[in-house]
Design a protein around this ligand. Structure first.
Ligand code: ADP
Length: 200
C-alpha cells in the first residue's frame, strides 16, 4: 500500500478511535470501506486496533496486568482508556503485590531464561493491577493494541510502541502483560481472580 495514502487514511482510523461514540465502527467495517478504494491495510500502515477483522465474532475474556513500569509512569488511566475505547467491558479489576511463587508460575515458560531473575524483581518494583476485560475477539485485539514484546519493535500507536522503554530494557519494561490465547486466558484469569471476583 502506498505510504502517503496510508498516512492520509491513518488519521481517519485514529479519529474513529477517539470519537468517543458509544458504539464506534468495528474495525472490519472500516477496513472493508478502505478495501472499496483498493486500500489493503498492512501492519505498518494502520493503528493496531484496525489490523484484524473481528470475524468470526466471539465473546471472550482476557487478563491484562499493568506492570510496574506502566504504574510508575502513571499510565494506568491512559492504557485503560485505550482499551475501553474499543468497547471492551470490565469484568474485574484489582491491585496486588506479586510474590516469587506467583511470578514463577505466571512466567513458567521463561523461568529458565537468564533474564528471569531481573524480570522477577522488575515485576516486584510496585504492585501490579490485574484487569479482566470482555469483548469480541478481545484476546487478539488486546494483544494487537499492546504490540510485540520488544517495545523498540512495536509500532507507533500501540501501547508498547508509545510508552514502553526504548533502551536496553525495551523487552522487559513493556507496560502490560496480556493473555496470548484462550487457553492461557482461562488459566491466567483463574490465577489472578478468585471465585466471585469476576462479574458478568
Ligand atoms: P509477552 O509479554 O509479549 O507475551 P513473553 O511471554 O515472551 O512476552 O515474555 C514475558 C515477559 O518477559 C515480557 O513481556 C517481558 O517483560 C519479559 N521478557 C521477554 N523476553 C525478554 C528478554 N529477552 N529480556 C528481558 N525480558 C524479557
Amino acid at each position: 500500500m502506498d505510504r502517503r495514502l496510508a498516512q492520509s487514511v491513518r488519521p481517519l482510523c485514529e479519529g474513529a478511535l477517539r470519537s468517543g461514540r458509544s458504539n464506534p465502527p468495528k474495525s472490519g467495517i472500516l477496513i472493508s470501506r478502505f478495501a472499496a478504494y483498493g486500500i489493503r491495510p498492512s501492519t505498518f500502515d494502520f493503528p493496531s486496533p484496525f489490523l484484524k477483522s473481528p470475524c468470526p465474532m466471539t465473546s471472550e475474556t482476557t487478563l491484562i496486568l499493568f506492570k510496574p513500569d506502566g504504574i510508575q509512569k502513571d499510565l494506568t488511566g491512559t492504557v485503560l482508556a485505550r482499551y475501553l475505547a474499543e468497547g471492551f467491558k470490565i469484568r474485574g479489576l484489582k491491585m496486588m503485590a506479586l510474590g516469587d511463587e506467583g511470578l514463577t508460575e505466571h512466567y513458567a515458560h521463561i523461568a529458565d531464561f537468564p533474564f528471569f531473575p531481573k524480570l522477577k524483581s522488575f515485576m516486584q518494583e510496585t504492585p501490579v493491577i490485574a484487569l479482566a476485560l470482555e469483548g469480541e475477539n478481545v484476546i487478539n485485539r488486546v494483544r494487537d493494541i499492546l504490540g510485540p514484546t520488544d517495545s523498540k519493535e512495536a509500532a507507533e500507536g500501540t501501547i508498547r510502541g508509545d510508552f514502553g522503554n526504548k533502551d536496553e530494557f525495551s523487552k522487559m519494561r513493556n507496560i502490560c502483560h496480556a493473555s496470548d490465547s484462550p487457553e492461557s486466558a482461562e488459566v491466567e484469569l483463574k490465577r489472578f481472580f478468585g471465585d466471585g471476583e469476576l462479574f458478568a
